[in-house]
Ligand binder design. Structure first.
Ligand code: PXP
Length: 242
């Protein structure tokens, strides 16, 4: 049976618009509450090392005000680990982070970073935080997630979103195979990055997926539709594919 596919709404780019002017609006916490009201199953926020969008105060307020789960995206650094342990979000997704990148480019090298990640994964799990690793759809990364004892992986759909034609079909197949392999090994599978109402259907149709995390296109659609309707349109596009 295909299980329900949760929609996690990433609100980073509400903060991007706010920070472009250094003012207090639009408030990403207000956006999170509107998204929840419109049917989001969770909220995702990435506290980047350079604080270019979400701030420490946003995280504190999200933890205080949300009634749906918060998924904190974080780099594998001691600073972010301490923040996660202080706020104890429902989930933490460990992502690669380079200061110069525009957005998260490529997945975490969970295989190559085993020794660095192992104590972080343990510390987060010991604090009751559900850990996921943001990885490319590749068997070696899934093996690495298993060895690390991560209960969840999030598959990077950025390449799928950027590709067209046969290349996209091949990348979709990699995502399908990776989801099946991970689920067979008892790992919960999420996906995200670059998803839009127009490209989400083949991803939402992957039966093992339990959650999609979607931000940029939703906030972009919200300019024209309002955030509530943008969330509802994404929910409908996911449900049709399921
Ligand atoms: N999932 C992860 C792990 C991410 O880093 C991001 C981008 O912050 C997303 C999902 C959402 O990607 P997008 O903003 O392209 O929808």
């Amino acid at each position: 049976m295909t299980e329900f596919l949760r929609l996690g709404v990433n609100i980073d780019h509400v903060a991007t618009v706010r920070n472009a002017r250094g003012v207090g609006y639009p408030d990403p916490v207000r956006a999170a509450l509107v998204a929840a009201e419109a049917g989001a199953d969770g909220i995702t926020a990435h506290l980047r090392e350079d604080r270019r969008h979400i701030t420490d105060d946003d995280i504190a307020r999200l933890v205080a005000e949300l009634t749906i789960p918060l998924n904190l995206e974080m780099a594998a650094t001691e600073e972010m680990l301490a923040i996660a342990l202080r706020h104890r979000p429902h989930a933490a997704c460990i992502v690669p982070e380079k200061r110069e990148e525009r957005t998260t480019e490529g997945g975490l090298d969970a295989a190559g970073m085993h020794n660095h990640l192992a104590p972080m994964v343990s510390a987060l799990q010991d604090a009751g935080i559900r850990v996921s690793l943001f990885v490319e759809p590749a068997a070696r990364q899934i093996d690495a997630a298993l060895r690390l004892g991560a209960p969840v992986i999030e598959l990077h759909t950025g390449a799928y979103a950027e590709m067209t034609g046969d290349a996209r079909t091949a990348e979709l197949q990699r995502l399908i195979d990776a989801a099946a392999l991970a689920a067979k090994n008892g790992i919960e599978v999420h996906a995200g990055h670059g998803l839009t109402v127009d490209n989400v259907a083949p991803i939402a149709a992957i039966p093992q997926l339990r959650e999609l995390n979607i931000g940029h296109s939703l906030i972009a659609d919200a300019i024209f539709l309002g955030l509530g309707d943008a969330v509802r349109a994404m929910r409908a596009a996911m449900d049709v594919a399921r």
